[in-house]
Design a protein around this ligand. Sequence first.
Ligand code: NAP
Ligand code: ZN
Length: 417
Amino acid sequence: MICSRSTRSNSPERYLGSNGAEPAMDTDEGILVTTKTAPTRLDNHYMRVAVRLAQRGCGATSPNPMVGAVLMKGDKIIGRGWHHRAGEPHAEIEALSDARQLGHNAKGATLYVTLEPCCTHGRTPPCTEAIRSDGIRRVVAGAIDPNPQHGGKGFEILRRAGIAVAHGVMVEECERLNEAFNHWIVRRTPFVTVKAGMTLDGKIATASGESRWITGEQARAYGMKLRQGSDAILVGVNTVLADNPSLTVKKKKAEGREAQVGVGGHKLRRIVLDARGRTPLEARVASDECAALTTIVVGKLAPKRRVAALAKRVRVLVAPSSDGKINLRWLLKTLGEEHITSLLVEGGGEVNASFLLQGLAQRVTFLYAPKILGGRDSRRAVAGEGARTLAESLSLTDLEWRRLGPDWLLSARLVAR
Ligand SMILES: NC(=O)c1ccc[n+]([C@@H]2O[C@H](COP(=O)([O-])OP(=O)(O)OC[C@H]3O[C@@H](n4cnc5c(N)ncnc54)[C@H](OP(=O)(O)O)[C@@H]3O)[C@@H](O)[C@H]2O)c1
Ligand SMILES: [Zn+2]
């Protein structure tokens, strides 16, 4: 998931003081400025700093959320922290130890944290305990823990310990940081984003399969950021046959292009839908140095010898299928159990259509080049059978448009049916 930079204002009804009372409001800017426990103008500022710190963990924290924290004493930031990767200390602990290392005493300080502090023992001890024992006076949080079993409990424990709590500060930015995690933690299937680079008339390749490059350099760099923020990337076998893609995160280096499956320890898994086992053994995804991170998903009727040959190089998953197509609900459940929280679907048109038209995608990221390809047989970004009636067409919401050099980016959520 790409880190959000949206700056929409907060919804004041979520603000609660330590006693649960609604604070008064300053209506001229719609920002809350009141009592000592209610959020202030400065709270938004420091929460923004915490959001930026959280974004440093992008692509490295899964299956944990990205979290950032800032410790304030008087008018000074005395500690900063963010969750670096799963299994390592949480953002709150990082901020507290940063303050200690800088020679500050956190007693009486205010903690800004993008997500409700945890209150249970996971791989690390509960943060609520560290906050209490270090004498933090006030906690200002962004999002509530999306896990329904935990949500709100961390705040309750802090309040009972006499710590002032406000939450809901920059809540949309804080929730957007962990859009994929929030989905996975509740449904246990990955958050699916369908991404495609296309012409203005919705074509992703010519009739002969030529697709490189429709969009420009900035759009492609954005695509790399999307990959970096995802746990896995998925394509159909026709895309492997047509393009032989490496499906890695490529970073530009001064001396040339460097290809890596992951960056900063992040291992991007590669998945190919291939019911009949047609992926060539010499395809990049099956033969490069990252082959161990590839899963080829075949159907039960795939030729045994092909499956055996592929299995010597990559992981082969035998999946249920119908009409020769891999059962995607089964696959998403399986990937969710393997802690894949976010899945980036990168085509081609048949695969995009399968996810979209079965209602299995949550977000589209479409990159439009100012070009028109036309042609009856050129490849569509979304193919398949299509919706039969206009009433059955998919609706998008929360549209965000952005210029990327000569191209346009559209990112939007799909309206669940
Ligand atoms: N511009 C871009 O962003 C972009 C990105 C990607 C691809 N492309 C272009 O797209 C073209 C390929 O697209 P395509 O639509 O022909 O093929 P595709 O979507 O890449 O692959 C479709 C194939 O995947 C297999 N499959 C297995 N289970 C499936 C399921 N549940 N749903 C859908 N497919 C499933 C089927 O083959 P089996 O029956 O053999 O399993 C199916 O024919 C290439 O020309 C490529 O260059 C462009
Ligand atoms: Zn924690």
